[in-house]
Design a protein around this ligand. Structure first.
Ligand code: ADE
Length: 245
């Protein structure tokens, strides 16, 4: 998968050199481009923001640098002749341009899974009071654009949200996580929160591992884990459970 990020803080994404995603980049599973929005400005001060029309607090990111930066990334991707071999995953429609925003659709595991099947994601990290609306409007007329929210709270900018999304999406790309079975039993994968896990020692500070896990009875362990998932979900996130009425 190709991932491009446009930001005024490219250093934020240095951490993508680390851990599983760093390995995925080294092995070519993820091809990452981080672009400094200020490189797409033409004034002496490399300004990316200005005061809002209509007044109000804060600054708004200007359309021109965004247009130049995104044209540079998306322009090369103009629909060409169909590829000789069909792509392995459903990737009709070219790249998806994603703007993290508290006003967007809620990011979920299901969305992460859908996006992990794409071939090219482009993230635009807004700052200040957001990006001039015409940027979203312009690219929406030309391709697939999504506003995506990490949750019902406000971050200072899109960078942290994009980091979280890339981690959630990237680990679902086949080959990124060494043991794919570990992806199956996680929170949210089957609509429930995950069961509690334990490792050695069997007793720690007076707290014992539930005896069932030491029993060697795999059927009973599966049943216990399922019960734990249901109980935990009922207690912590009842909104995830199917409605019974
Ligand atoms: N930018 C600022 N707040 C955000 C949020 N909650 N989700 C995504 N992007 C954001």
């Amino acid at each position: 998968m190709r991932i491009d990020i446009v930001t005024i803080f490219p250093e934020f994404f240095d951490v993508l050199d680390l851990s599983l995603l760093g390995k995925a980049r080294q092995s070519g599973l993820i091809d990452l481009g981080v672009h400094n929005l200020r490189d797409s400005t033409h004034d002496r001060h490399h300004s990316v923001d200005d005061t809002p029309y209509g007044g109000g607090a804060g600054m708004v990111m200007k359309a021109e640098p965004w247009g130049a930066a995104l044209d540079g990334i998306l322009g090369a991707e103009a629909p060409a002749a169909p590829p000789a071999a069909p792509p392995a995953a459903p990737t009709e429609g070219g790249p998806i341009l994603i703007f993290p925003s508290p006003a967007g659709d809620q990011f979920t595991q299901a969305m992460a899974r859908d996006l992990s099947l794409e071939q090219h994601l482009v993230f635009g990290c807004g700052r200040y009071e957001g990006i001039d609306q015409r940027v979203v409007d312009h690219y929406s007329e030309r391709g697939r654009v999504r506003l995506v929210s990490l949750g019902d709270y406000v971050l200072n900018g899109g960078e942290v949200a994009v980091m979280a999304m890339i981690e959630a999406i990237g680990r679902l790309i086949p080959g990124v996580v060494g043991n794919p079975a570990s992806l199956v039993e996680e929170s949210h994968e089957d609509g429930l929160l995950e069961y509690p896990s334990y490792t050695k020692p069997a007793s720690w500070r007076g707290l014992d591992v539930p005896p069932i896990l030491l029993s060697g009875n795999h059927g009973a362990i599966s049943t216990w884990r399922r019960q734990q998932q249901i109980e935990r979900t009922e207690r912590v996130r009842p909104d995830l459970l199917p409605r019974t009425n």
